[in-house]
Design a protein around this ligand. Structure first.
Ligand code: GLV
Length: 391
């Protein structure tokens, strides 16, 4: 062979153990890691179909929905956003996107790529959420086909309450899509009760599964829109009319469609991630995350640090943003934690780059012990960084 086998591949694989207290991914529970190492099954094997049916039930539980068109996409959370846009929008449709961070911006970008007319409801400050009046006025003004909301902006740590928005979108005959990639499991979600038409979450955050599968669900109203399009869904891989057949979401007697080769092992992991949530029960999972967030807030105040989101009720429990104090280089702090403790603290993203630290409280990692360790390391890293800048 002209190109020899790489010498690097002759060495053993080495993966360090790190504690991931950034905005995700989080560490996977041992039960999930064990599920990943089970034997591979074929994507058309009946045992895998049973696991897919169990996953569907688990997603219906965590979303609190009875929607039939509920499944997991074989791709990371970002694909949930792409799937919402490419299935629900057609060229020329108007979409209203609520933007107070990078994920709202990303949604606007993707909607535009799908040929939609994008209107943004934007905050002058990315550390605030939208009132129901602001949302209703924007809907009244633009009369969009789709309204897109991020429940938990991991780039800013802002939490957007959803209660009441669905009543408005129904009144104005538009669809409501919600991104819960970073929020689901740390705050309530009632997809049916809140009249949400499209919803997706990230598996690598509170569910604690390695990235690569994305729970998603569409209401009957969204289902009808998808099946009555004038134009073809532009992305074959994310076409819900086909994926729904692979996941047996339509007529139960139809044979499963081979649409693409699913990753059996990631599906086992997702099944176990959902089972862990079901065992603990959703309300307890949410409460655990909120208790950890309160513990973190107290510790942050004791350290004399300031929150990016001043109003506690507007903070997303799963991602806390803390202002970088004057005279501190955020990167030194983050690097110190990683180098000395293999502990991930994160810097800002999008509008918060260079301005904040982001601390994630997610899934298996959401324990008082991890919160205390985070505070201890942060304190030490800040002291180091201040001394370092005097040298
Ligand atoms: C990813 O979701 C991030 O916020 O960094």
């Amino acid at each position: 062979m002209e190109i020899p086998p790489p010498v690097e591949l002759k060495l053993p694989l080495i993966v360090p153990h790190k504690v991931l207290m950034g905005p995700g991914p989080s560490n996977a529970a041992p039960r999930i890691l064990q599920a990943l190492s089970q034997p591979v099954l074929g994507h058309m094997h009946p045992e895998l179909f049973t696991i897919m049916d169990e996953i569907k039930k688990g997603i219906q539980y965590i979303f609190q929905t009875k929607n039939e068109l509920t499944l997991a996409i074989s791709a990371s959370g970002h694909a949930g956003l792409e799937a919402v846009m490419c299935n629900l929008l057609e060229p020329g449709d108007t979409v209203l996107v609520l933007v107070n961070g990078i994920w709202g911006e990303r949604a606007a970008n993707i909607a535009e790529r799908n040929g939609a007319v994008v209107q943004k409801l934007q905050k002058s400050n990315s550390n605030d959420n939208f009132s129901i009046i602001e949302i209703e006025n924007a809907i009244k003004g633009y009369l969009p086909k789709l309204v897109f909301v991020v429940q938990g902006e991991s780039s800013t740590g802002i939490y957007q309450p959803l209660d009441g928005i669905g009543e408005i979108t129904r009144r104005y005959n538009c669809l409501l899509a919600v991104d819960t990639v970073a929020s689901l499991g740390s705050v309530p979600m009632f997809m049916d009760q809140w009249k949400i038409d499209a919803l997706y979450t990230g598996c690598q955050k509170i569910i604690g599964v390695p990235p690569g599968v994305t729970p998603i669900s569409f209401s009957q109203k969204a289902h009808n829109v998808i099946f009555n399009r004038k134009t073809k869904i532009p992305v074959y891989y994310l076409d819900m009319t086909l994926l729904g057949q692979q996941w047996n979401c339509f007529e139960k007697n139809l044979p499963r469609l081979y649409h693409h080769t699913t990753s059996a092992n990631l599906l086992y992991a997702l099944r176990e991630g959902l089972a862990i949530v079901a065992d603990e029960e959703l309300e307890n999972v949410i409460e655990r995350h909120q208790r950890c967030a309160e513990r973190l807030y107290k510790g942050i105040e004791l350290l004399g640090l300031e929150f990016y989101i001043e109003d506690e009720v507007k903070r997303l429990p799963s991602v806390t943003t803390i202002k970088v104090p004057k005279g501190v280089d955020w990167k030194n702090v983050v690097d110190y934690a990683m180098k000395n403790y293999k502990f991930e603290l994160s810097g800002g993203l999008g509008p918060t780059v260079g301005k904040v630290f982001r601390i994630g409280i997610m899934g298996y990692n959401a324990t008082p012990e991890n919160i205390d360790k985070t505070l201890q390391i942060l304190k030490e890293a800040l002291a180091y960084s201040k001394n370092d800048s005097k040298l």
